[in-house]
Every structure is written in C-alpha cells, then in structure tokens.
Design a protein around this ligand. Structure first.
Ligand code: FEO
Length: 184
C-alpha cells in the first residue's frame, strides 16, 4: 500500500525548500557574527534571533514531509556570501533574501495548486503569510537605516538603531509555536 502522500515532484520541492530555510539561517548567522564584530551587539542579537526563526521554518518543512509519510533528505548547505560592507548593505541583502524566499514559496504554492495537493497548499498558506511579515520586517529595517542617514549615517544614529534592534521583541515566537505542536 502506498503511504507516501506527496508526489515525487512535491517531495523534491519541499526538501529543497527545507534546505533553502537552512541556508537562510546560515546567512543570518554570518551577518549576526559580522555585526557583532563591527561592534553592533544589538543588531547582531536581532540577526541571531532571526537565524533561529529560519531554523524553525526549516523544522516546519521537515515535520510536514514526515507527517505526509514522505522521505526527508538532508542536503549540504551552501556557504553564505561575502560579509556585508555596511549596515545598509546588510539590510539590503536581508531584504533580497526574503524576496527570493517568498518567490520560492510561491512556486511551490503554484505547484501544489497544479497537482491539486490541497493539504500542501493549505500547509503553505502559513508561509505565504509569514513571508509578508518577513518582507515587511526587512522593509522596516531599510526605512530605519534610511532615516539614520543610509551609507552616511553618523555613529550616534547607528548606535541608536543598534540599541533599538537589540530590544525588539523576539520574532521567532511565531515560528516556534508552529513547531511546538510536534515535540520530539
Ligand atoms: Fe524562512 Fe525569512 O524566511
């Protein structure tokens, strides 16, 4: 009896997305380490917490594939790109990564629609909503650095931004609660 409830193509797409989320976590980790090294502990803390959120996204895909009786394939994770050249460059890269991730999620939504795999379509709606939040968050970061003076931001403005981001509420809560339904 066939117990795998995902098509081979959907299994591949979801496993690929699992890897993309893991890569996003690695990228946030590298930016967080870079920010700390530059002396921006608050921005670093924000980015570390976001790396945790990406890892929760990865776990959510992993759990779903298993719940559908399908096979999880853990792949190698690509190394993050070069360090940012400035806080503005860092936030630009964060925004680009989130847009790229949204596009990837949307491709799988389209695939689930074409396959009439309504369980996966429904599962992915959480991510569609989450990506709107992630893009908004990244846009807010860009607004903040713009207000601070962009590439020419004064040290005082950057330190203020650093303090503000360090105190921001934990963004990982939403993704954590999504995976807590499945304690290991
Ligand atoms: Fe998992 Fe930032 O999207």
């Amino acid at each position: 009896m066939k117990t795998d409830r995902l098509s081979p193509a959907m299994n591949q797409a979801l496993n690929q997305q699992l890897t993309i989320e893991a890569e996003a976590a690695q990228t946030y980790l590298s930016y967080a380490a870079w920010a700390d090294d530059q002396g921006y502990a608050g921005i670093s803390n924000f980015l570390f917490r976001h790396a945790h959120e990406e890892r929760n996204h990865m776990m959510k895909f992993l759990r779903y594939i298993l719940d559908r009786g399908s096979k999880v394939t853990i792949q190698a994770v690509s190394a993050p790109g070069a360090d940012p050249t400035s806080i503005q460059d860092c936030f630009n890269k964060v925004f680009q990564q989130e847009v790229s991730n949204s596009e990837s999620i949307h491709r799988i939504v389209k695939q689930s629609f074409e396959e009439q795999d309504w369980a996966t379509w429904n599962f992915l709606q959480w991510f569609v909503k989450e990506q709107v939040e992630e893009e908004t968050l990244a846009l807010n970061l860009l607004d903040k650095i713009k207000i601070a003076g962009g590439e020419g931001a004064a040290d005082e403005a950057l330190l203020e931004l650093n303090a503000e981001l360090g105190k921001m509420p934990d963004e990982a809560h939403n993704a954590s609660s999504a995976t807590e339904q499945h304690p290991s």
